[in-house]
Write a protein that binds this ligand. Structure first.
Ligand code: G
Ligand code: G
Ligand code: MN
Ligand code: NA
Length: 254
């Protein structure tokens, strides 16, 4: 009933978890990164999707403490992987625009890096075009500051909503993530295939790395390899899962 109130208590009751989904090199399928995806383990409802509670958390302001928790936990996990493996695996964290545009975000990030000892090169942020709502200049400055400390930034869900091609030019991002909506029927819909090819070609001319999301079939992988997409993510490779399950995958660490 009052999901809003329960959400308020969820953090103090330790009901959030992070799942991780591998991001793989398109050609080889080898793991090149992980995306952290929050889950709410509700005492009665079971696992609640962030599609339900992130918008609610954004309305109530809860997204700020929840976002801080996600960042800290993801950096702790990535630091543990780094300690266990040879080179570590970069972890991508979704940052809500409210969190990104809030004063003190950069300081929070630096504090978490200091506390966890995670090399900044192993942290990546996924933002959406809504970070530009209050004007582009502030967002550009912050992305540059993150870049200066060694954190990469990806533009998520690209191609849907209000994403403009000029964002690829104006934002000092490192990567662009093609929304699943274009990938779903890339094999049968010539318009979607043309959009995907166009974005990949453009992005490469701007020295951006391209990730395609929602890969479910081998033929989609093959098609995107032909189109020279760099990285892929989707159920074909692995679903989002708890870190301990990932660790038990064969050939997990490079
Ligand atoms: O993995 P999944 O279907 O549950 O994710 C659904 C949506 O929730 C995606 O759009 C994803 O970006 C968003 N999301 C998942 N985890 C986080 C998080 O930690 N912070 C924010 N702000 N969004 C998240
Ligand atoms: O918006 P964002 O890219 O952060 O969201 C990632 C979402 O995509 C998560 O909800 C995740 O569970 C979902 N996802 C990841 N791979 C696939 C896939 O292959 N198919 C579908 N349908 N969803 C996927
Ligand atoms: Mn994302
Ligand atoms: Na996305």
């Amino acid at each position: 009933v009052l999901l809003r109130q329960e959400l308020h208590a969820a953090l103090s009751h330790d009901q959030f978890e992070l799942f991780y989904q591998p991001i793989v090199e398109a050609v080889s399928g080898r793991i090149r990164g992980l995306e952290a995806l929050i889950r709410w383990r509700h005492p009665e409802k079971g696992l609640v999707s962030p599609i339900t509670f992130i918008p609610l958390a954004e309305q109530t302001g809860q997204i700020i403490p929840i976002g801080r928790w996600v960042l800290r936990r993801a950096c702790q996990d990535a630091a543990a992987l780094y300690a266990a493996g040879e080179r570590g695996v970069p972890v991508a964290v979704n940052i809500s625009s409210l969190q990104f545009r809030r004063d003190g975000f950069l300081e929070d990030v630096q504090q978490v890096l200091a506390d966890t000892g995670l090399p900044p090169a192993l942290l990546e942020f996924e933002i959406t075009e809504s970070v530009l709502l209050d004007g582009a200049d502030q967002a550009i400055e912050l992305i540059n500051q993150l870049k200066n400390i060694g954190i990469q930034v990806a533009l998520d869900d690209f191609g849907t909503g209000f994403s403009s091609l000029s964002y690829l030019r104006d934002l000092p991002i490192h990567k662009v993530k093609l929304d699943r909506a274009f990938i779903k029927d890339i094999l049968t819909n010539r318009c979607n295939a043309a959009i995907v090819q166009g974005i990949i070609t453009m992005a490469h001319h701007m020295e951006l790395v391209v990730i395609a999301e929602g890969i479910e079939e081998r033929e989609q992988q093959e098609d995107l390899v032909r189109r020279e997409c760099d990285l892929l993510q989707g159920f074909l490779f692995a679903k989002p899962m708890p870190l301990k399950d990932l660790l038990s995958l064969p050939d997990f660490l490079p």
